[in-house]
Design a protein around this ligand. Structure first.
Ligand code: HEM
Length: 407
């Protein structure tokens, strides 16, 4: 365990950029929760808040912890001005956030989401038919990417056949952005990707303005709140947010599901016998190892917690991933247990005003994928933990690839 000098002091021994942390952040979260619930971590001396109650508090109090903190992740100093993205609602606080969120809610209605079910089911069946029992396959490439890709392209107006592969490369580059200056080659590639993404979505919006369709992009364009509609720029920002927020999050959720099913062989027969437990399984996945662990915020004024003063204007990582393992909220938190009475209280989809807009869609994607896998295969095994490579992004937790074998 790293030695630290005290809560709120300089804690350069706790790092959230090491391979060990990316692989398994939970020992660090335990240390933080137990001894340093409000403290600075490295790199950059950013603050981390880790206890369940404190995380809820921070995510509710936008008057103290502003979502403008997300800017540090997407608009680092080293990037050209025209490449500094504006991820729309994600960066805003009420009352501006409330107005924009209402517009997205008008587009993201149950009817639109439910209409995607047949597409998900057909695609899941098709992809699984192409995997033979006993064959070793890379789960992301053979199932999760094409399965989630079909949905995300459909809702954001991307041409799946022609453009999705290129868009996926852009997404991967953009996700690697951190405040630390990378090498010049990376800067060049990521800036080019952002500009291409901008012009791609501008073309989608031009197309829908000229010929509206019965889809989410058109509904977003037509969403009217108090006589106000989204401008083209706001539409572009909303689409860029959705494609970024809705892809790797959900593919990580599916890989986490495969890992749990492989580690606990009793789960597959249990879920097959009682499919109504699948939603609880999904919630416990989101608690146990949420794809999004941290939410960046910026203090609006000095904030004092547990006797520690966080000055105004500081970056704070609000650690839902740590809160979800807080024994004060979830007894025996390191045990994966789909019968927990309060498992829906997890913060895998965030908490408060910014709670994930896509949660119903993500739940549906995961449920249909799992039902289809359970119907086709008896068992799944995964590569051992030590062979897995975890992504080195700041806020998300997932693997680069996942070799699996279905039986
Ligand atoms: C398992 C999958 C997903 C997870 C774990 C997840 C997680 C989250 C979290 C934690 C937040 C809150 C961030 C914050 O407070 O700063 C969030 C917000 C958001 N998510 Fe998701 N998400 C998932 C899937 C999706 C999907 C499928 C979409 C849409 C296609 C989506 C769209 C959004 C949007 C637009 C926001 C911003 C909401 C706001 O700022 O008001 N997410 N998500």
């Amino acid at each position: 365990m790293p030695e630290v000098t005290g809560a709120g002091g300089s804690t350069d021994a706790i790092r959230i950029d090491t391979p060990e942390y990316h692989h398994n952040p939970f020992p660090t979260y335990k240390l933080l929760r137990e001894q340093y619930p409000v403290c600075r971590v490295e790199p950059g001396g950013i603050w981390m808040i880790s206890r369940f109650e404190d995380v809820q508090f921070a995510l509710k109090r936008h008057d103290l912890f502003s979502s403008a903190g997300v800017e540090v992740m997407i608009k680092p100093d080293w990037i050209r001005e025209e490449c500094k993205r504006d991820l729309f609602v994600l960066l805003k606080d009420p009352p501006e956030h409330t107005r924009y969120r209402a517009m997205i809610n008008k587009a993201f209605v149950a009817r639109v989401i439910n209409a995607l079910q047949p597409l998900m089911l057909d695609n899941a069946q098709l992809l699984l038919q192409q995997i033979a029992a006993g064959e070793s396959v890379e789960f992301l490439g053979r199932f999760a990417y094409p399965y989630i890709g079909k949905v995300i392209t459909r809702i954001t107006g991307i041409d799946e056949e022609q453009d999705w592969e290129e868009m996926r490369v852009w997404l991967e580059l953009v996700e690697k952005i951190t405040p630390m200056r990378p090498d010049d080659d990376f800067i060049e590639r990521v800036e080019a990707a952002i500009l291409r993404q901008h012009s791609y979505f501008e073309a989608v919006i031009r197309d829908r303005r000229a010929s509206p369709r019965d889809d989410l992009v058109t509904r977003l364009m037509e969403a009217d709140v108090g006589g106000e509609r989204l401008t083209d720029l706001e539409m572009r920002n909303a689409l860029e947010l959705m494609v970024g927020a809705g892809f790797h999050t959900t593919t990580h959720l599916l890989t986490h599901a495969m890992m749990q099913l492989a580690r606990q062989p009793g789960l597959m027969p249990q879920l097959r016998a009682a499919p109504d437990l699948i939603p609880a399984f999904i919630d416990e996945l989101l608690r146990f190892d949420a794809p999004v662990h941290l939410a960046p915020r910026r203090t609006v004024q000095d904030v004092c917690m547990h006797g520690v003063r966080i000055p105004k204007g500081e970056m704070v990582m609000v650690a839902m991933g740590a809160a979800n393992r807080d024994p004060a909220a979830f007894p025996d938190p390191d045990n994966f247990d789909i019968t927990r009475p309060n498992l829906r209280q997890h913060m895998g989809f965030g908490y408060g005003d910014h709670t994930c807009i896509g949660s119903a869609l993500a739940r549906m994607e995961a449920r249909i994928a799992l039902q289809t896998i359970l119907a086709r295969f008896e068992r799944v095994s995964c590569a051992p933990d030590e062979e897995l490579h975890w992504v080195e992004t700041v806020t998300t937790h997932g693997v680069h690839s996942l070799p699996v074998t279905f039986q």
